[in-house]
Design a protein around this ligand. Structure first.
Ligand code: HEM
Length: 482
Protein backbone atom coordinates (compact mmCIF):
# COMPACT_ATOMS: atom_id res chain seq x y z
CA UNK A 1 0.00 0.00 0.00
CA UNK A 2 2.74 2.44 0.90
CA UNK A 3 5.33 1.93 -1.80
CA UNK A 4 7.95 4.65 -2.06
CA UNK A 5 6.51 6.15 -5.21
CA UNK A 6 2.89 7.05 -4.85
CA UNK A 7 0.67 4.52 -6.63
CA UNK A 8 -2.74 5.73 -7.68
CA UNK A 9 -5.14 3.48 -9.59
CA UNK A 10 -5.42 4.61 -13.22
CA UNK A 11 -9.18 5.14 -13.07
CA UNK A 12 -8.75 7.38 -10.08
CA UNK A 13 -5.88 9.20 -11.68
CA UNK A 14 -7.96 10.27 -14.67
CA UNK A 15 -10.80 11.57 -12.48
CA UNK A 16 -8.59 13.60 -10.25
CA UNK A 17 -6.56 14.89 -13.16
CA UNK A 18 -9.77 16.33 -14.53
CA UNK A 19 -10.74 17.88 -11.24
CA UNK A 20 -7.22 19.23 -10.66
CA UNK A 21 -7.45 21.14 -13.93
CA UNK A 22 -8.09 24.74 -13.22
CA UNK A 23 -10.82 26.20 -15.42
CA UNK A 24 -12.37 29.63 -15.73
CA UNK A 25 -15.50 28.34 -13.95
CA UNK A 26 -13.62 27.85 -10.75
CA UNK A 27 -13.86 30.37 -7.96
CA UNK A 28 -10.67 32.39 -7.32
CA UNK A 29 -8.56 31.61 -4.27
CA UNK A 30 -9.24 34.89 -2.50
CA UNK A 31 -12.96 34.07 -2.48
CA UNK A 32 -12.40 31.14 -0.12
CA UNK A 33 -14.08 32.22 3.11
CA UNK A 34 -12.05 32.81 6.25
CA UNK A 35 -11.09 35.38 8.88
CA UNK A 36 -10.06 38.62 7.22
CA UNK A 37 -6.61 40.11 7.68
CA UNK A 38 -6.46 43.61 9.05
CA UNK A 39 -4.01 45.79 7.10
CA UNK A 40 -0.83 47.19 8.71
CA UNK A 41 -0.84 45.10 11.88
CA UNK A 42 1.37 42.30 10.53
CA UNK A 43 2.08 39.58 13.07
CA UNK A 44 -0.73 40.75 15.33
CA UNK A 45 -3.11 39.22 12.77
CA UNK A 46 -1.63 35.81 13.51
CA UNK A 47 -1.93 36.29 17.25
CA UNK A 48 -5.55 37.38 16.90
CA UNK A 49 -6.53 34.70 14.40
CA UNK A 50 -4.71 31.73 15.85
CA UNK A 51 -5.22 32.46 19.56
CA UNK A 52 -3.31 30.49 22.19
CA UNK A 53 -1.09 27.84 20.55
CA UNK A 54 -2.29 25.27 23.11
CA UNK A 55 -5.89 25.74 21.96
CA UNK A 56 -5.30 25.98 18.22
CA UNK A 57 -7.34 22.82 17.51
CA UNK A 58 -10.41 24.41 19.11
CA UNK A 59 -9.94 27.72 17.33
CA UNK A 60 -9.70 25.92 13.98
CA UNK A 61 -12.83 23.87 14.78
CA UNK A 62 -14.69 27.14 15.43
CA UNK A 63 -13.53 28.56 12.09
CA UNK A 64 -14.78 25.43 10.35
CA UNK A 65 -18.15 25.82 12.06
CA UNK A 66 -18.30 29.42 10.86
CA UNK A 67 -16.82 29.15 7.36
CA UNK A 68 -17.40 25.50 6.36
CA UNK A 69 -15.23 22.52 5.40
CA UNK A 70 -12.68 24.71 3.63
CA UNK A 71 -11.40 28.06 4.82
CA UNK A 72 -8.44 30.28 4.13
CA UNK A 73 -6.07 31.89 6.58
CA UNK A 74 -2.87 33.80 6.04
CA UNK A 75 -0.23 32.85 8.61
CA UNK A 76 2.65 35.32 8.41
CA UNK A 77 3.52 35.47 4.72
CA UNK A 78 2.18 31.94 4.10
CA UNK A 79 -1.24 31.36 2.58
CA UNK A 80 -2.91 28.39 4.23
CA UNK A 81 -6.12 26.48 3.60
CA UNK A 82 -7.73 24.25 6.23
CA UNK A 83 -9.81 21.23 5.21
CA UNK A 84 -12.33 19.21 7.23
CA UNK A 85 -13.98 17.15 4.51
CA UNK A 86 -12.71 13.55 3.96
CA UNK A 87 -12.83 13.79 0.14
CA UNK A 88 -10.87 17.03 0.13
CA UNK A 89 -8.40 15.58 2.62
CA UNK A 90 -7.85 12.54 0.43
CA UNK A 91 -7.38 14.73 -2.59
CA UNK A 92 -4.54 16.55 -0.82
CA UNK A 93 -2.54 13.33 -0.81
CA UNK A 94 -3.49 12.50 -4.38
CA UNK A 95 -1.95 15.73 -5.66
CA UNK A 96 1.07 15.83 -3.37
CA UNK A 97 3.57 14.94 -6.14
CA UNK A 98 6.59 12.60 -6.10
CA UNK A 99 8.40 14.46 -3.34
CA UNK A 100 5.67 15.61 -0.94
CA UNK A 101 6.62 18.62 1.15
CA UNK A 102 5.28 19.14 4.65
CA UNK A 103 5.67 21.96 7.17
CA UNK A 104 8.42 21.58 9.78
CA UNK A 105 8.54 22.77 13.39
CA UNK A 106 10.20 26.19 13.39
CA UNK A 107 12.34 25.57 16.48
CA UNK A 108 13.91 22.57 14.78
CA UNK A 109 14.57 24.19 11.41
CA UNK A 110 16.16 27.18 13.14
CA UNK A 111 18.30 24.92 15.33
CA UNK A 112 19.39 22.72 12.41
CA UNK A 113 20.41 25.79 10.43
CA UNK A 114 22.23 27.45 13.31
CA UNK A 115 24.37 24.40 14.05
CA UNK A 116 24.50 22.93 10.55
CA UNK A 117 22.69 19.75 11.66
CA UNK A 118 21.45 17.36 9.05
CA UNK A 119 18.43 15.34 9.99
CA UNK A 120 16.49 12.16 9.25
CA UNK A 121 13.47 11.33 7.06
CA UNK A 122 11.05 13.88 8.47
CA UNK A 123 13.41 16.75 7.58
CA UNK A 124 14.65 15.43 4.25
CA UNK A 125 13.29 16.46 0.87
CA UNK A 126 13.42 15.66 -2.82
CA UNK A 127 15.42 12.75 -4.21
CA UNK A 128 17.47 12.26 -1.03
CA UNK A 129 14.28 11.76 0.95
CA UNK A 130 12.74 9.36 -1.58
CA UNK A 131 15.89 7.25 -1.84
CA UNK A 132 16.13 6.88 1.92
CA UNK A 133 12.40 6.39 2.38
CA UNK A 134 12.28 3.55 -0.16
CA UNK A 135 14.67 1.51 1.96
CA UNK A 136 12.19 1.45 4.83
CA UNK A 137 8.79 1.12 3.16
CA UNK A 138 8.95 -2.65 2.68
CA UNK A 139 10.37 -3.81 6.04
CA UNK A 140 8.40 -1.31 8.13
CA UNK A 141 5.06 -1.05 6.37
CA UNK A 142 4.60 -4.07 4.14
CA UNK A 143 6.45 -7.19 5.30
CA UNK A 144 6.55 -6.36 8.96
CA UNK A 145 5.92 -9.77 10.60
CA UNK A 146 9.57 -9.91 11.62
CA UNK A 147 8.96 -6.99 14.02
CA UNK A 148 6.35 -8.86 16.04
CA UNK A 149 8.61 -10.95 18.36
CA UNK A 150 10.95 -8.13 19.46
CA UNK A 151 8.06 -5.74 20.05
CA UNK A 152 6.10 -8.40 21.96
CA UNK A 153 9.10 -9.09 24.21
CA UNK A 154 9.47 -5.43 25.15
CA UNK A 155 5.73 -5.19 25.92
CA UNK A 156 5.82 -8.32 28.08
CA UNK A 157 8.70 -6.88 30.11
CA UNK A 158 6.77 -3.63 30.59
CA UNK A 159 3.71 -5.42 31.95
CA UNK A 160 5.96 -7.14 34.51
CA UNK A 161 7.29 -3.68 35.45
CA UNK A 162 3.76 -2.33 35.89
CA UNK A 163 2.99 -5.24 38.21
CA UNK A 164 6.09 -4.50 40.28
CA UNK A 165 5.66 -0.74 40.34
CA UNK A 166 1.93 -0.58 40.99
CA UNK A 167 0.62 -0.70 44.57
CA UNK A 168 -2.92 -1.66 43.48
CA UNK A 169 -4.65 1.29 45.16
CA UNK A 170 -2.98 4.52 44.11
CA UNK A 171 -2.28 5.98 40.70
CA UNK A 172 0.78 4.75 38.83
CA UNK A 173 3.64 7.21 39.31
CA UNK A 174 5.07 8.84 36.17
CA UNK A 175 3.05 7.05 33.52
CA UNK A 176 4.27 9.41 30.77
CA UNK A 177 7.97 8.81 31.29
CA UNK A 178 7.33 5.09 31.77
CA UNK A 179 5.64 4.94 28.36
CA UNK A 180 8.29 7.14 26.82
CA UNK A 181 10.95 4.65 27.80
CA UNK A 182 8.77 1.86 26.44
CA UNK A 183 8.50 3.51 23.01
CA UNK A 184 12.25 4.16 22.91
CA UNK A 185 12.87 0.50 23.81
CA UNK A 186 10.45 -0.69 21.13
CA UNK A 187 12.31 1.23 18.41
CA UNK A 188 15.63 -0.09 19.74
CA UNK A 189 14.27 -3.64 19.69
CA UNK A 190 13.25 -3.15 16.06
CA UNK A 191 16.74 -1.85 15.29
CA UNK A 192 18.64 -4.60 17.09
CA UNK A 193 16.25 -7.57 16.78
CA UNK A 194 17.09 -10.46 19.10
CA UNK A 195 20.34 -8.80 20.16
CA UNK A 196 18.30 -6.17 22.00
CA UNK A 197 17.52 -8.60 24.80
CA UNK A 198 21.19 -9.52 25.15
CA UNK A 199 22.15 -5.85 25.20
CA UNK A 200 19.51 -5.27 27.88
CA UNK A 201 21.33 -7.76 30.10
CA UNK A 202 24.17 -5.23 30.38
CA UNK A 203 23.77 -2.54 33.05
CA UNK A 204 25.85 -0.16 30.91
CA UNK A 205 23.35 -0.49 28.04
CA UNK A 206 20.35 -0.15 30.35
CA UNK A 207 21.83 3.03 31.80
CA UNK A 208 22.40 4.45 28.30
CA UNK A 209 18.79 3.69 27.34
CA UNK A 210 17.52 5.26 30.57
CA UNK A 211 19.48 8.46 29.94
CA UNK A 212 18.53 8.46 26.29
CA UNK A 213 14.79 8.21 27.06
CA UNK A 214 15.17 11.07 29.52
CA UNK A 215 16.84 13.43 27.04
CA UNK A 216 14.40 12.53 24.26
CA UNK A 217 11.59 13.41 26.68
CA UNK A 218 13.40 16.69 27.48
CA UNK A 219 13.57 17.51 23.77
CA UNK A 220 9.81 17.14 23.55
CA UNK A 221 9.31 19.24 26.70
CA UNK A 222 11.54 22.13 25.62
CA UNK A 223 10.39 22.20 22.01
CA UNK A 224 6.79 22.34 23.30
CA UNK A 225 7.73 25.31 25.54
CA UNK A 226 9.18 27.02 22.48
CA UNK A 227 5.84 26.85 20.66
CA UNK A 228 4.86 30.20 22.18
CA UNK A 229 7.85 32.17 20.97
CA UNK A 230 9.62 32.36 17.60
CA UNK A 231 13.03 30.61 17.89
CA UNK A 232 14.99 33.62 16.61
CA UNK A 233 13.62 35.67 19.50
CA UNK A 234 14.03 32.82 22.02
CA UNK A 235 17.65 32.51 20.96
CA UNK A 236 18.35 36.24 20.97
CA UNK A 237 16.79 36.66 24.41
CA UNK A 238 18.54 33.49 25.58
CA UNK A 239 15.25 32.15 26.94
CA UNK A 240 15.75 29.21 29.32
CA UNK A 241 13.77 26.73 27.19
CA UNK A 242 16.01 27.58 24.25
CA UNK A 243 19.18 27.13 26.31
CA UNK A 244 17.90 23.73 27.45
CA UNK A 245 16.95 22.77 23.92
CA UNK A 246 20.45 23.61 22.70
CA UNK A 247 21.88 21.50 25.52
CA UNK A 248 19.75 18.37 25.13
CA UNK A 249 19.90 17.90 21.36
CA UNK A 250 23.69 17.25 21.19
CA UNK A 251 23.32 15.08 24.31
CA UNK A 252 20.69 12.97 22.51
CA UNK A 253 22.97 12.57 19.52
CA UNK A 254 25.91 11.56 21.72
CA UNK A 255 23.84 8.94 23.58
CA UNK A 256 22.27 7.61 20.37
CA UNK A 257 25.74 7.13 18.87
CA UNK A 258 26.85 5.23 21.98
CA UNK A 259 23.77 3.01 21.87
CA UNK A 260 24.30 2.20 18.19
CA UNK A 261 27.99 1.49 18.75
CA UNK A 262 27.09 -0.78 21.66
CA UNK A 263 24.47 -2.51 19.49
CA UNK A 264 26.92 -3.04 16.61
CA UNK A 265 29.59 -4.45 18.93
CA UNK A 266 27.23 -6.82 20.77
CA UNK A 267 25.14 -7.90 17.80
CA UNK A 268 24.71 -11.68 17.57
CA UNK A 269 21.87 -11.89 15.09
CA UNK A 270 21.00 -10.36 11.72
CA UNK A 271 17.30 -9.87 12.31
CA UNK A 272 17.13 -6.16 13.17
CA UNK A 273 16.73 -3.09 11.00
CA UNK A 274 20.29 -2.01 11.84
CA UNK A 275 21.66 -4.68 9.50
CA UNK A 276 19.70 -3.39 6.56
CA UNK A 277 20.66 0.18 7.43
CA UNK A 278 24.38 -0.56 7.66
CA UNK A 279 24.21 -2.30 4.28
CA UNK A 280 22.30 0.44 2.49
CA UNK A 281 23.29 3.71 4.14
CA UNK A 282 26.54 5.41 5.00
CA UNK A 283 27.06 5.80 8.71
CA UNK A 284 26.21 9.46 9.25
CA UNK A 285 22.93 9.18 7.33
CA UNK A 286 22.09 5.98 9.21
CA UNK A 287 22.62 7.81 12.51
CA UNK A 288 20.46 10.75 11.47
CA UNK A 289 17.62 8.48 10.43
CA UNK A 290 17.89 6.32 13.52
CA UNK A 291 17.84 9.32 15.90
CA UNK A 292 14.84 10.82 14.15
CA UNK A 293 12.96 7.51 14.35
CA UNK A 294 13.35 7.62 18.10
CA UNK A 295 12.42 11.28 18.39
CA UNK A 296 9.34 10.74 16.18
CA UNK A 297 8.37 7.57 18.06
CA UNK A 298 8.83 8.78 21.64
CA UNK A 299 6.13 11.34 22.28
CA UNK A 300 3.64 10.18 19.63
CA UNK A 301 3.26 6.60 20.83
CA UNK A 302 3.67 7.43 24.52
CA UNK A 303 0.91 10.06 24.50
CA UNK A 304 -1.40 8.06 22.23
CA UNK A 305 -1.16 5.25 24.80
CA UNK A 306 -1.68 7.66 27.72
CA UNK A 307 -4.95 8.69 26.02
CA UNK A 308 -5.98 5.08 25.39
CA UNK A 309 -5.40 4.13 29.04
CA UNK A 310 -7.30 7.21 30.19
CA UNK A 311 -10.27 6.37 27.96
CA UNK A 312 -10.38 2.72 29.04
CA UNK A 313 -9.95 3.54 32.74
CA UNK A 314 -12.70 6.19 32.53
CA UNK A 315 -15.24 3.83 30.97
CA UNK A 316 -15.35 0.61 32.97
CA UNK A 317 -18.15 -0.89 30.86
CA UNK A 318 -16.21 -0.53 27.61
CA UNK A 319 -13.06 -1.70 29.39
CA UNK A 320 -14.78 -4.89 30.58
CA UNK A 321 -16.23 -5.61 27.15
CA UNK A 322 -12.88 -5.15 25.38
CA UNK A 323 -11.16 -7.30 28.04
CA UNK A 324 -13.70 -10.05 27.37
CA UNK A 325 -13.03 -9.82 23.62
CA UNK A 326 -9.26 -9.96 24.13
CA UNK A 327 -9.60 -13.03 26.36
CA UNK A 328 -12.03 -14.79 24.00
CA UNK A 329 -9.92 -14.06 20.92
CA UNK A 330 -6.74 -15.39 22.49
CA UNK A 331 -4.90 -12.84 20.36
CA UNK A 332 -3.04 -9.62 21.06
CA UNK A 333 -4.59 -8.00 18.02
CA UNK A 334 -8.33 -8.65 18.12
CA UNK A 335 -10.80 -6.33 16.37
CA UNK A 336 -11.83 -4.70 19.65
CA UNK A 337 -8.27 -3.67 20.61
CA UNK A 338 -7.64 -2.31 17.12
CA UNK A 339 -10.89 -0.35 17.58
CA UNK A 340 -9.55 1.07 20.87
CA UNK A 341 -6.45 2.43 19.11
CA UNK A 342 -8.37 3.83 16.14
CA UNK A 343 -10.93 5.41 18.42
CA UNK A 344 -8.24 6.94 20.64
CA UNK A 345 -6.52 8.50 17.63
CA UNK A 346 -9.84 9.70 16.20
CA UNK A 347 -10.62 11.59 19.42
CA UNK A 348 -7.01 12.63 20.15
CA UNK A 349 -5.06 12.69 16.89
CA UNK A 350 -1.46 13.03 18.05
CA UNK A 351 -0.67 15.21 15.02
CA UNK A 352 -3.90 17.25 14.72
CA UNK A 353 -2.82 19.12 11.57
CA UNK A 354 -1.11 17.25 8.78
CA UNK A 355 0.04 19.61 6.05
CA UNK A 356 1.24 19.60 2.45
CA UNK A 357 2.58 22.40 0.28
CA UNK A 358 0.59 21.94 -2.90
CA UNK A 359 2.78 21.17 -5.90
CA UNK A 360 0.54 22.61 -8.65
CA UNK A 361 -2.50 24.86 -8.88
CA UNK A 362 -5.33 22.60 -7.74
CA UNK A 363 -9.09 22.82 -7.46
CA UNK A 364 -10.52 22.09 -4.03
CA UNK A 365 -14.29 22.25 -3.81
CA UNK A 366 -14.48 24.57 -6.85
CA UNK A 367 -11.86 26.94 -5.47
CA UNK A 368 -8.55 27.33 -7.25
CA UNK A 369 -5.74 26.87 -4.77
CA UNK A 370 -2.41 28.13 -6.14
CA UNK A 371 0.77 26.07 -6.02
CA UNK A 372 2.87 26.32 -2.83
CA UNK A 373 -0.19 27.02 -0.68
CA UNK A 374 -0.03 25.15 2.61
CA UNK A 375 -3.02 22.82 2.80
CA UNK A 376 -3.72 21.62 6.33
CA UNK A 377 -6.01 18.77 7.30
CA UNK A 378 -7.99 19.57 10.42
CA UNK A 379 -7.96 16.04 11.85
CA UNK A 380 -9.20 17.03 15.30
CA UNK A 381 -12.27 18.69 13.75
CA UNK A 382 -13.02 15.98 11.16
CA UNK A 383 -12.69 13.24 13.81
CA UNK A 384 -15.33 14.89 15.97
CA UNK A 385 -17.77 15.85 13.23
CA UNK A 386 -21.17 14.20 13.66
CA UNK A 387 -21.65 13.94 9.88
CA UNK A 388 -18.75 11.48 9.82
CA UNK A 389 -19.10 9.77 13.21
CA UNK A 390 -22.41 9.26 15.01
CA UNK A 391 -22.27 10.39 18.62
CA UNK A 392 -18.78 11.76 17.96
CA UNK A 393 -17.77 12.61 21.55
CA UNK A 394 -18.48 9.02 22.65
CA UNK A 395 -15.53 6.62 23.06
CA UNK A 396 -16.83 3.62 21.14
CA UNK A 397 -14.15 1.19 19.88
CA UNK A 398 -16.90 -0.92 18.29
CA UNK A 399 -17.80 1.71 15.71
CA UNK A 400 -14.75 0.45 13.78
CA UNK A 401 -15.95 -3.17 13.76
CA UNK A 402 -17.45 -3.66 10.31
CA UNK A 403 -19.58 -6.66 11.31
CA UNK A 404 -21.28 -4.58 14.03
CA UNK A 405 -21.40 -1.34 11.99
CA UNK A 406 -23.20 -3.16 9.14
CA UNK A 407 -26.18 -3.97 11.35
CA UNK A 408 -26.44 -0.58 12.99
CA UNK A 409 -27.55 2.74 11.57
CA UNK A 410 -24.54 4.61 12.91
CA UNK A 411 -21.99 6.36 10.66
CA UNK A 412 -18.25 5.76 10.65
CA UNK A 413 -16.33 7.54 7.92
CA UNK A 414 -12.87 6.04 8.14
CA UNK A 415 -11.44 8.63 5.71
CA UNK A 416 -12.27 11.40 8.21
CA UNK A 417 -9.75 10.01 10.71
CA UNK A 418 -6.24 9.83 9.24
CA UNK A 419 -3.91 9.89 12.28
CA UNK A 420 -0.92 8.54 10.36
CA UNK A 421 -1.66 10.55 7.19
CA UNK A 422 -1.79 8.84 3.77
CA UNK A 423 0.41 8.48 0.72
CA UNK A 424 4.13 8.40 0.14
CA UNK A 425 5.02 10.60 3.11
CA UNK A 426 2.70 8.98 5.65
CA UNK A 427 4.07 7.79 8.99
CA UNK A 428 6.84 5.26 8.45
CA UNK A 429 6.38 4.05 12.05
CA UNK A 430 2.65 3.34 11.69
CA UNK A 431 3.00 -0.43 12.00
CA UNK A 432 5.49 -0.19 14.86
CA UNK A 433 3.11 2.11 16.73
CA UNK A 434 0.05 -0.04 16.07
CA UNK A 435 1.74 -3.31 17.01
CA UNK A 436 3.17 -1.96 20.24
CA UNK A 437 -0.08 -0.31 21.28
CA UNK A 438 -2.20 -3.37 20.42
CA UNK A 439 0.16 -5.65 22.32
CA UNK A 440 0.64 -3.53 25.41
CA UNK A 441 -3.04 -2.63 25.78
CA UNK A 442 -4.14 -6.27 25.29
CA UNK A 443 -1.61 -7.47 27.86
CA UNK A 444 -2.62 -4.78 30.35
CA UNK A 445 -6.31 -5.59 29.94
CA UNK A 446 -5.82 -9.28 30.64
CA UNK A 447 -3.76 -8.56 33.77
CA UNK A 448 -5.18 -5.40 35.32
CA UNK A 449 -8.41 -3.69 36.08
CA UNK A 450 -7.93 0.04 35.42
CA UNK A 451 -9.64 2.90 37.17
CA UNK A 452 -9.29 6.65 37.68
CA UNK A 453 -8.69 8.03 41.19
CA UNK A 454 -11.76 9.76 42.63
CA UNK A 455 -10.06 13.17 42.58
CA UNK A 456 -9.23 12.97 38.88
CA UNK A 457 -12.74 11.83 38.04
CA UNK A 458 -13.99 15.21 39.17
CA UNK A 459 -11.51 17.11 37.01
CA UNK A 460 -12.10 17.22 33.30
CA UNK A 461 -9.08 16.18 31.29
CA UNK A 462 -8.88 18.18 28.08
CA UNK A 463 -6.60 17.91 25.07
CA UNK A 464 -4.12 20.74 24.55
CA UNK A 465 -1.41 21.17 21.93
CA UNK A 466 2.22 21.00 22.94
CA UNK A 467 3.54 20.25 19.46
CA UNK A 468 1.29 17.17 19.71
CA UNK A 469 -2.06 16.52 21.42
CA UNK A 470 -1.46 15.96 25.13
CA UNK A 471 -3.66 16.02 28.26
CA UNK A 472 -3.87 19.37 30.10
CA UNK A 473 -2.83 17.64 33.35
CA UNK A 474 -1.01 14.40 34.21
CA UNK A 475 -3.27 11.42 33.58
CA UNK A 476 -3.72 9.13 36.59
CA UNK A 477 -4.56 5.46 36.31
CA UNK A 478 -4.77 2.83 39.05
CA UNK A 479 -3.72 -0.65 37.91
CA UNK A 480 -5.21 -3.42 40.04
CA UNK A 481 -4.17 -7.00 39.33
CA UNK A 482 -7.06 -9.20 38.26
C1 HEM B 1 0.66 6.86 17.50
C2 HEM B 1 1.85 7.01 16.99
C3 HEM B 1 2.20 7.86 15.80
C4 HEM B 1 1.46 8.78 15.11
C5 HEM B 1 0.01 9.19 15.36
C6 HEM B 1 2.30 9.28 14.04
C7 HEM B 1 1.88 10.22 13.09
C8 HEM B 1 2.65 10.62 12.03
C9 HEM B 1 2.17 11.44 10.96
C10 HEM B 1 0.78 12.03 10.84
C11 HEM B 1 3.20 11.61 10.08
C12 HEM B 1 3.15 12.33 8.75
C13 HEM B 1 3.51 13.74 8.90
C14 HEM B 1 3.37 14.44 7.57
O1 HEM B 1 2.99 13.86 6.60
O2 HEM B 1 3.65 15.61 7.51
C15 HEM B 1 4.33 10.90 10.60
C16 HEM B 1 5.58 10.87 10.00
C17 HEM B 1 6.66 10.18 10.51
N1 HEM B 1 6.65 9.31 11.57
FE1 HEM B 1 5.07 8.92 12.77
N2 HEM B 1 3.52 8.69 14.11
C18 HEM B 1 3.51 7.79 15.15
C19 HEM B 1 4.53 6.94 15.52
C20 HEM B 1 5.76 6.85 14.92
C21 HEM B 1 6.79 5.90 15.25
C22 HEM B 1 6.67 4.78 16.29
C23 HEM B 1 7.87 6.16 14.46
C24 HEM B 1 9.16 5.39 14.46
C25 HEM B 1 9.75 4.92 13.45
C26 HEM B 1 7.50 7.29 13.60
C27 HEM B 1 8.33 7.87 12.66
C28 HEM B 1 7.92 8.81 11.74
C29 HEM B 1 8.81 9.40 10.73
C30 HEM B 1 10.30 9.13 10.59
C31 HEM B 1 8.01 10.24 9.96
C32 HEM B 1 8.47 11.07 8.76
C33 HEM B 1 8.23 10.24 7.51
C34 HEM B 1 8.67 10.94 6.23
O3 HEM B 1 8.72 12.16 6.20
O4 HEM B 1 8.90 10.21 5.25
N3 HEM B 1 6.21 7.66 13.89
N4 HEM B 1 3.97 10.29 11.77
Amino acid sequence: MFSGRKVIPQLFLSTFQQSTNVSTHNVPFLKIPGPKRIPFIGMLNDVMHLGKPAELHQRISKYHDTYGDIFRLQIGAQQAVFLRDPDLMRKTFQVEGTFPKHPLPESWTYFNKKFGYQRGLFFMDGKDWLQARQIFNKPLLKDFIWMEPPIRNVCEAKVVDIEKMSDQHTAFEGIESFLYKWSVEVVLSVMLGKSFEQCQASSEFRELVQQFSRVVYDIFKHSAELMNIPPTIADRLNVQAWQQFERVVPETIRLASEIIEFGIQHKHSNDGLLDLMTQKLEKSLMMRIFIDFIIAAGDTTAFATVWALHLLASDRKVQERVRQNVNDSNSLECTAIKGVVRETLRLYPVAPFVGRFIENDTVFDNYTVPKDTLVLLSLYSSGRDERFFSDPEQFNPYRWDRSIAKTSSSTTTAAASLPFALGARSCIGQKIAQLQMHYLLSMILTKFDMSIPEKQRQQQIKPILKMITVPNMPVQVIFKSI
